[in-house]
Design a protein around this ligand. Sequence first.
Ligand code: TYM
Length: 346
Amino acid sequence: GRVIFSGIQPTGVPHLGNYLGALSNWVKLQRTAKPEDELLFSIVGWHALTLPQNPDTLAASRRDMLATLLAIGLDPKRSILFHQDHNPAHTEFAWILSCITPIGKLRRMTTWKARVAASRNANDESEVDETLLNAGLFTYPVLQAADILIYKATHVPVGEDQTQHLELCRDLAYTFNRTFAADEPLFPVPSQLNTPSRRILSLRDPTSKMSKSSPDLQSRILLTDTFPEIKSKLRAAVTDSVLGITYDPLMRPGTSNLLTILAACTDEDVHHVARRYEGKGHGHLKTDVAEAVEEMIKGPRTEFERIRQETEFLEEVAKEGGEKARERSEATMREVRERLGLRDAS
Ligand code: TYM
C-alpha cells in the first residue's frame, strides 16, 4: 500500500491557497485511498518556530489547525492526525539527515534565497548578510525530509511551492540508502502529488503566491471568512483592463487566478470555465467566484466554529494521533540507529 504524508504549519487559519493547493487533496486522498493505504497528516509546529511566534497565538493556532483538519473532513479513525512536536523522533532523525546534507543544496533553496534577499533589503546592504538569519530557516528543509522519511512515506500531496523541498527529500533518501543501506534500501523515494490547482496567487499581487505572511489582509481568503468578506476581497482583487475574459496566466495573471479558483471550486477544467466567460466582464466573474468559494467553504466554516469549542475532544484526538505517530516511526528509527552504528553496548 501507499504511505501518504503531508504537513502544514500552524500559522493561523488556512487560506484558499492552502485549501485548494493541499488540504482539499488530503481529503480527496482519504476518500479514495485503498484499505491498505496509510495516511498521516501533521501540524508542523517546529517549522513555525523559524519565524518569531507569540506563544499564546501559536498555542491557539495549533489547536485551530487541528480543528480545521477535522472540519474539512479528515477522519482521525482513518488518518493519523498529529502534532509534529509530539514525536521527538523527527528531530533526532533530522539531526542525522543534516549530517548527510550538503550546505550547498540548502543554499540553493529558493525559500532560503528569498530570506537572504529580504534581509539584505532591510539592512540596505549590497553584500549578502546571512549572519543575522536563524539556522532553523536554513535547515528547515532537512526537518521536512525527516517528517516524510521517518514514516517511509511514498506519496506527498503538496502545492507547487514545495517542489524543491521534495527534491531535497528524495536526494536524502537516495543518499541514506546508498551510504548506509546499499544491500537493502531502507527508504522509498517519495513522489509529489500535485493538485490540479497547484498555485493560487495573491488577490492583490497576482505575480506572487497567496501567502499567510503577506501583510495585506485583502490578498487572501481565509477558510473562516464570511460571505460578505469573500465578496469584498474578490471585488478588490487586482485583474487587468483587457475586455472580456481569457485564461492567459502569463499576460493576465489576475484574471487567470480567478478562473483557476473558480475551476477548482467547481471541479472543472479551467479552459472550459474560461470559455463560458469569454464575452463577460470582470464584475460578473468576480461575483460567480465569490459564490463558488462560499459554496465550497460554508460547510467547513460551520464545522470549524463548532469543533474549535470542543477542547476535550481536540485534546483526545491530538493525544491519540501523537501516540500512533510515535509508534509508527519507532521501528524505522531502530533500523536507522542500527545502520549508523548507534547500537547499544549490551
Ligand atoms: P505551508 O504550511 O506553507 O503550506 C501548507 C500547504 O499549502 C500549500 N500552499 C499552496 N498551494 C497552492 N497555492 C498557494 N498559494 C499555496 N500556499 C501554500 C503548500 O504547498 C503546502 O502543501 N514546509 C511545509 C510544511 C511541511 C511539510 C512537511 C509538507 C513540513 N513538513 C512534510 C509536506 C511534507 C510548509 O511550510 O507548508
